[in-house]
Design a protein around this ligand. Structure first.
Ligand code: BTN
Length: 266
């Protein structure tokens, strides 16, 4: 398949990444999964359109062709401590939040993989780990609503927004992508060199619903009411569950529910 862009950029940290842009792919995560053993570390696959973009729990990821950002980056995980793999989604969410702050927005991270602005979803993250020939690859896929308008966001089924809706102006996607890649690679380097501590502190500052009453849905799709107490040192969520007492959550997600849809974000 042809790609129409191939800038190669060397960053001060010494990391070289290459962006491959495609008009249409089924899913950038699937593309990287198929090519991870032949592509260089930090290869970035960006598709203007995904025909089978997906998220966690086999959800569909919709974005407007040519308007938003849907891409995946190949991260080298072979020498990363095993327990830190679960933090990659979180550093990606942190990176998206930090990027949005550059644009003057006040994002919050809905643990573990969504980024919200004004309580509406602007970005979703799907990190998958692939092992092959003693190498371990992280396939970090990010969907970010950039220039899509209210009408297309209305069909998503949950409250959603885009940079354009928030800023009332169009944003150049390539510039945005480069800024985001720089932040992700820096956060990833910090994770590799010194663990999750520093990223955790930054993430905690931006964590949505801390100390609030929420509904949590586990991977079996069972729901629990309770209160988020803290982000644990390993990135799991400390949760005071009405049914089960104080527990740590390492999978599942905070539900999009009426509790906070009714909130006033003005
Ligand atoms: C979620 O909200 O559950 C995660 C959504 C992740 C979507 C991105 S878009 C780029 C990459 N390719 C995919 O098929 N999924 C991810």
């Amino acid at each position: 398949m042809e790609n129409d862009l191939k800038p190669e950029i060397t960053k001060p940290g010494g990391v070289v990444y290459t962006i491959y842009k495609y008009a249409s792919l089924d899913s950038t995560n699937e593309f990287l999964r198929q090519h991870c053993t032949t592509l260089a570390d930090y290869s970035v696959i960006w598709a203007d359109e995904q025909t089978h973009g997906h998220g966690r729990f086999t959800r569909v990821w919709n974005s407007v062709p040519g308007q938003d950002l849907t891409f995946s980056i190949l991260l080298p995980l072979t020498s990363l401590e095993h327990k830190l793999r679960q933090n990659i989604t979180q550093i990606a969410a942190l990176s998206v939040a930090q990027l949005l702050e550059v644009y003057g927005l006040k994002p919050a991270v809905k643990w573990p993989n969504d980024v919200l602005v004004q309580g509406k979803k602007i970005s979703g993250i799907l990190c998958e780990v692939v092992e092959s020939n003693k190498n371990v690859y992280g396939i970090l896929g990010i969907g970010l609503n950039v220039n899509s308008m209210e009408e297309s966001l209305a069909v998503v089924g949950i409250p959603a927004t885009s940079l354009r809706c928030e800023l009332h102006q169009k944003v150049i996607r390539l510039e945005l992508l480069k800024k985001l890649l720089e932040i992700i690679i820096n956060c990833f380097n910090v994770l590799c060199q010194s663990g999750f501590t520093q990223n955790r502190l930054e993430l905690k500052k931006r964590l949505a619903f801390i100390n609030e009453q929420i509904v949590f849905t586990d991977i079996k799709r069972e729901s629990y009411s309770g209160r988020i107490i803290d982000l644990n040192e390993d990135g799991t969520l400390l949760f005071e569950c009405e049914k089960r007492g104080i527990i740590s959550l390492n999978s599942g997600e905070i539900a999009f529910n009426n509790l906070y849809l009714k909130r006033d974000y003005q």
